[in-house]
Write a protein that binds this ligand. Structure first.
Ligand SMILES: Nc1ncnc2c1ncn2[C@@H]1O[C@H](COP(=O)(O)OP(=O)(O)OP(=O)(O)O)[C@@H](O)[C@H]1O
Length: 489
């Protein structure tokens, strides 16, 4: 069944017959986006210059708004208020066919699209597949299946009544709200005002983050009926996206103020947005609480966390050269089954091998792909962190700051390259966090095992290597329940 036309009435997507999620034609979306990107620069510059051309402003630095570094530590560090380093997400690929296209959902329906009415005068206008003019914001609307932005209230009304909206968390860029059974992350973009001390993201950058989310969504085991070479459910489910415009809705302001009164927000009050302000709303599954706020019950839950994060990264590495690059403890969500028991499992497929891991009733979801690198098969999406030196200037001994510096040494500032070892350094960080939390139920033997595991991690080059470590061997099995260590080596 194709989706009914209103209000999201453009092609390139469909709703599956027996599924309650939206199927995007990622292949067509990527193709259109690639052509647009190409057209912006190709007339005047060779490919090398396209790769080198700054597109979007920088987003991070370590000069934070608060002196309370402990409180801030779970956020991605920010840049100076008002400064605008130049960095960009870019697309050196799309000119290669490296066999990664199998992650793109080929069951989607492609239909034609027409020129949208909301082009901003300042947008670069580029030819689309159909020869019509398309801007990044038009493409964004197209991906969101909208003909024009709607208000935040209209977007949220799809999921719940306004009075039931609750703020769940905040980041440098976004405010996350619970709306019915979904979580809606609201991120302002394209405006000229600073938000939380940051230059707002540009529509190009938002579009690329959406593409990245869609690519990861295609790894989900519930998408499509064909057996996948690589699949897992460890990345937060992207249920939908909305382009919104206007001031912040009173229901969101009220939820924001409740949170602020209870916990003290680090972010700017959302009162000041103008009627021109645009937002992207990422509609996601509810992943639970982030690791910073979540208390693991015992060593089994700690192992469950580590194996699920490692397996998810390993699958995404295999599928699309994915590197998260910002896996601090605010970006891992956890949720405990109501009746946890030691027999609960999670399945995933890596390079065609279907595997299973014990979870002890804990479910993890990885979020926030702003700094991530991915090869969609059509394009490499990444953020050039070399233009953001302050990201690497965090306090000495701070595990998160040290991890950014480790990544810099690994990549030698060549951020477009594939360096799966960046996933390994975030796993090392994660073991450190688990050790640091000093859960009272951990025995000294548990501590020793974790420390030994951490030492061995240093020698691995990818999350996939890590998954083969003996630390996980009694958690993992394949469908024939053979010892996992034999399967992965
Ligand atoms: N799908 C979700 N389910 C539950 N909570 C969520 C979800 N998405 C976000 N949150 C909450 O909101 C917080 C901020 O979200 P997120 O990290 O995506 O924002 P951000 O602006 O990109 O952050 P950062 O400062 O790391 O760049 C998370 O730490 C988490 O507490």
């Amino acid at each position: 069944m194709e989706e009914s036309p209103s209000p999201k009435n453009f092609g390139t997507w469909s709703r599956g017959m027996e599924q309650n999620y939206i199927v995007h034609d990622l292949s067509a979306i990527l193709e259109r986006w690639k052509i647009s990107k190409h057209a912006i620069f190709a007339s005047s510059k060779p490919l090398f210059d396209i790769m080198e051309t700054p597109l979007v402003p920088s987003i991070h630095s370590y000069c934070s708004r608060s002196n309370n570094t402990l409180h801030n530590s779970y956020k991605t560090p920010e840049k100076d208020r008002g400064s605008a380093h130049s960095t960009r997400r870019t697309i050196p690929s799309g000119f290669t066919d490296n066999g990664l296209k199998n992650i793109v959902n080929e069951t989607s329906i492609v239909t034609s699209f027409s020129k949208l009415s909301t082009e901003e005068p300042n947008d670069t206008i580029v030819p689309s597949l159909s020869g019509e003019a398309m801007t990044a914001s038009s493409q964004l609307l197209l991906v969101c299946r909208q003909s024009a932005p709607i208000t935040l209230a209209e977007a949220f009304s799809t999921y719940c009544k306004p009075e039931s909206i609750v703020k769940l968390g905040e980041g440098t860029f976004g405010e996350a709200f619970r709306a019915g059974s979904t979580v809606c992350k609201v991120v302002p973009f394209d405006g000229t005002s600073l938000v939380n001390g940051e230059t707002q993201k540009k529509s190009e950058e938002v579009l690329e983050e959406v593409l990245l989310c869609l690519t990861l969504n295609n790894l989900r085991s519930d998408r499509g009926d064909n057996v996948k070479e690589n699949s897992c459910d460890g990345f937060i489910e992207a249920k939908d996206f909305w382009v919104c415009q206007g001031p912040y809705d009173p229901s969101l302001i009220s939820a924001w103020e409740d949170w602020d009164a209870e916990r003290g927000s680090e972010n700017d009050h959302p009162n000041d947005f103008s009627s021109e302000q645009c937002y992207i709303v990422f509609v996601q599954g509810d992943g639970g609480r982030d690791l910073e706020k979540f208390a693991l019950l015992d060593y089994n839950e700690a192992r469950s966390l580590l194996v699920q994060v490692t397996a998810s990264l390993a699958v995404a590495e295999s599928a699309c050269e994915f590197e998260h690059r910002d896996l601090h403890w605010g970006n891992i969500l956890l949720d405990r089954d109501e009746m946890p028991n030691k027999n609960q499992t999670m399945t995933f497929t890596i390079q065609g091998k279907r595997m299973c891991t014990r979870t002890f009733g804990l479910n993890i979801s990885i979020i926030d792909f702003t700094l991530s690198r991915i090869n969609t098969g059509d394009a490499v999406l990444f953020l050039d962190l070399s233009a953001d030196p302050a990201l690497f200037e965090g306090p000495k001994q701070d595990k998160q700051a040290e991890t950014y510096r480790k990544m810099k040494r690994i990549t030698k500032d060549y951020w477009e390259g594939s360096f799966p070892k960046t996933n390994v350094v975030w796993l090392v960080y994660l073991v450190d966090i688990v050790l640091q939390k000093r859960y009272s139920t951990f025995t000294s033997k548990d501590d020793r095992e974790l420390r030994a595991f951490k030492k061995r991690l240093a020698s691995y080059d990818s999350a996939r290597d890590c998954l083969a470590d003996s630390f996980f061997s009694d958690l993992l099995s394949d469908e024939d329940t053979q010892p996992s260590s034999l399967l992965l080596l």
